[in-house]
Design a protein. Structure first.
Ligand SMILES: [Fe+2]
Length: 130
């Protein structure tokens, strides 16, 4: 992405992020190695892909807190993605002046995703050891 942007600051940011991501990937590979497990990529971060992952985990987990965490995590991920998507869409809609018929439904959807995310975060906080 760094080479496809015409904004130098964005290009530098994408390049830094790329390098950081490489380090993060290596760190995750180290974690899997420490667990003596294969490091397999997640092919889909779509809601359907996350639901498949949740179902696979559910079949292997017997502890209730772990099961709740395994269910909540994809929900949190989905809402974060939705929030980011709607933030971008509302910004773009405003930049090209698409008007209230476009802007308002996008704003409402963003607000709902944000509200849902906060609800899930509260549930998550009750699960997470502090
Ligand atoms: Fe949602």
């Amino acid at each position: 992405m760094a080479r496809y942007t015409i904004n130098d600051r964005m290009s530098e940011g994408f390049a830094d992020h790329r390098d950081e991501t490489r380090t993060q990937i290596q760190r995750l590979k180290d974690v899997f190695a420490a667990l003596d497990q294969p490091a397999e990529g997640q092919r889909s971060l779509t809601p359907a892909g996350l639901e498949n992952n949740r179902r696979e985990l559910e079949a292997q987990i017997v502890d209730d807190d772990l099961l709740n965490a395994a269910s909540l995590n994809p929900g949190l991920m989905t809402e974060r993605v939705e929030m980011t998507a709607y933030e971008g869409l509302t910004t773009i809609a405003a930049l090209v002046d698409l008007g209230g018929d476009v802007q308002h439904p996008l704003d409402s959807t963003y607000d709902e995703a944000k509200s849902r995310f906060r609800d899930l975060e509260l549930l998550w906080d009750r699960l997470s050891p502090s």
